[in-house]
Design a protein around this ligand. Structure first.
Ligand SMILES: CSCCC(=O)C(=O)COP(=O)(O)O
Ligand SMILES: [Zn+2]
Length: 208
């Protein structure tokens, strides 16, 4: 039995991914076929969404297995185009159990408007959703990487920064990557981060 009561851990991971997709869709973070979602099982297997489907309407068939190097375990399966970005987080952090990628309006707009290579979040109570933050009186730097259709090259740009990302990161004009020890933790971080980005967007609209 896993912690969700599933006798088959793979079925539990699939269910986590299907439910996460629905939740992200409710917030409007996975428009059209955008976004991708993965889960690492206790035995090291990685479950990830197939490329191209709507992540708010996933069925168990929309989730497939990839090896740690990102290749599909079963011939003919086409995993997310961004699988390498998930696998690099799992390789870097053995305690991570879920990785989420969404395309919200706030992350897309703010990353395109960012002057430098980060979005800076300061003074918000919700910063406490991130590991190591226990006060609103803090500044969290959300790194912004230039978008790249070459995902292997993009993953190489991200790699040196992975140890310094309490809130995940943003790809410019594209979306966010967030992770956590479990799917629930990853979702809570994504929700917290998206709340903060929405606040930042509103603040800039009113110019304060
Ligand atoms: C229409 S979104 C373009 C692709 C993308 O950025 C994305 O997140 C979804 O790609 P996937 O291959 O995981 O479906
Ligand atoms: Zn994407």
């Amino acid at each position: 039995m896993d912690n969700m009561g599933f006798a088959d851990p793979w079925a539990g991971a699939v269910q986590d991914i299907v439910a996460a997709g629905r939740r992200m869709d409710r917030f409007g973070w996975v428009p059209a076929t955008a976004g991708n979602i993965s889960r690492r099982l206790a035995d090291g297997r990685i479950a990830i969404t197939r490329s191209g489907g709507h992540k708010g309407h996933l069925t168990p068939d929309g989730v497939i297995e990839v090896a740690p190097d990102g290749r599909a375990v079963h011939a003919g399966d086409r995993p997310s185009a961004e699988t390498l970005l998930h696998c690099q987080v799992y390789a870097f952090a053995p305690d991570v159990g879920a990785v989420l990628h969404g395309h919200s309006v706030a992350s897309t707009v703010l990353s395109m408007a960012a002057d430098g290579d980060a979005i800076v979040l300061s003074g918000y109570e919700v910063l406490k959703v991130f590991e190591g933050q226990d006060t609103h009186d803090a500044t969290v730097r959300l790194p912004v990487f230039d978008n790249d259709q070459d995902i292997a090259r993009l993953s190489r740009a991200v790699a040196p920064h992975l140890g310094r990302m309490p809130a995940g990161y943003v790809i410019r004009g594209h979306g966010v990557y967030v992770w956590g020890g479990s799917m629930d933790i990853a979702l809570a971080r994504l929700e917290g981060l998206e709340f903060l980005l929405a606040c930042e967007l509103e603040r800039r609209k009113i110019g304060r």
